[in-house]
Design a protein around this ligand. Structure first.
Ligand code: MN
Length: 332
């Protein structure tokens, strides 16, 4: 089989997917994008394209994916997923879906792909049981870091991802790290990370009622620009915290509005523990958003600054009450 382009997600899993497909289908043209541009039909895709780790477009040559919601969307459109060429499977990474598919088809990829896909499984599923495990450096995590660095334009990012995909196709991840551009992006990312940790250290607050410092609050609503912050870095400042919550203003046409979003997640130290907390349920009960037990987000619309300040106070109190009520029967 031959294809003209590989359309894939612009993250680590997407890069590994494209590398796998490129290795078998001898195709070196890559398009990196996000799920929304597919759903909105912003990219024209036809049967000459392989689509990986993204929603199913109107048509394509092969579709590989592992997001359950995308499978449901296919069914909702009245399409029998069994008739779509390619493979859907609920695996930790889409790269795993593709590697399995090739195995069954008798297509052989170089052996270093086994380790590469193992890393994609962990990175894409965020499968860490502790903050230490999350921080432990592996070749895959370092390559992943290198692609999360700030790029001056989407074009620069696409260029880097395309080159990186070729490297991931041709060698083991440890060797990919020896590449000068990868190494320099990684170094830039480390510098950015140190700055973020410093910034987070200055921004961390806890609610007045949170005497045990369970929930880190990062309130960025007074900033006029969206700060570039990885909220999980807050656990390096407060490793004992159980969760982190960020409040970020919403922007429209590049301008800050009075509306804001809340995103919340549990510490990796809570993974596998019987803690009874469900962040998605908190968002649903407040009727502001949705998500999983471990991570969720919501949006609060406000017309004036005054309204925003009042809504913020009210929502924070409610979040705290619900957080404390999970699981039921806890001492105050
Ligand atoms: Mn994925």
């Amino acid at each position: 089989m031959s294809f003209e382009r590989i359309v894939t997600h612009g993250d680590f899993d997407g890069v590994v997917c494209a590398a796998l497909c490129s290795s078998i289908y001898q195709c070196g043209r890559f398009v990196f994008t996000g799920p929304n541009s597919i759903t909105r039909g912003e990219i024209s895709i036809d049967t000459n394209d392989v689509v990986c780790d993204l929603p199913y477009p109107l048509e394509c040559g092969l579709w590989f994916d592992h997001h359950r919601g995308n499978l449901e969307a296919v069914r909702l459109r009245g399409i029998d997923p069994g008739t779509v060429p390619g493979r859907f499977d609920e695996r930790p990474s889409c790269a795993r879906v593709i590697l399995d598919y090739f195995g069954e088809q008798g297509e052989e990829v170089p052996p270093y792909f086994n380790k590469t896909v193992e890393e994609a499984d962990v990175i894409d599923a965020f499968d860490y049981r502790s903050v230490d495990e999350w921080r432990r450096e592996t070749p895959g995590k370092l390559v992943d870091m290198s692609l999360k660095v700030y790029f001056p334009s989407p074009r620069e990012k696409t260029k880097y991802l395309g080159r990186l995909t070729g490297l991931v196709r041709d060698m083991a991840l440890g060797d990919v790290l020896q590449d000068a551009e990868v190494a320099s992006n990684l170094e830039r990312c480390r510098v950015e990370e140190r700055r973020m940790i410093e910034f987070i250290g200055k921004s961390v607050t806890f609610l007045p009622c949170d005497g045990k410092r369970e929930l880190i609050v990062l309130d960025f609503t007074h900033y006029n620009r969206r700060p570039r912050v990885l909220k999980n870095l807050a656990y390096l400042v407060h490793p004992e915290a159980l969760g982190v919550m960020t409040l970020t203003p919403l922007f429209r046409g590049g301008r800050k509005t009075n509306s804001f979003s809340i995103s919340m997640s549990l510490s990796m130290n809570m993974t596998g523990r019987d803690h009874g907390k469900d962040i998605g349920e908190i968002m649903r009960l407040l009727n502001i958003g949705d998500g999983h037990a471990g991570a969720a987000a919501g949006t609060i619309r406000c017309d004036s600054k005054d309204e925003m300040l009042r809504a913020k106070k009210r929502v924070l109190e409610k979040v705290w009450d619900l957080w404390r009520s999970m699981p039921p029967g806890q001492p105050e």
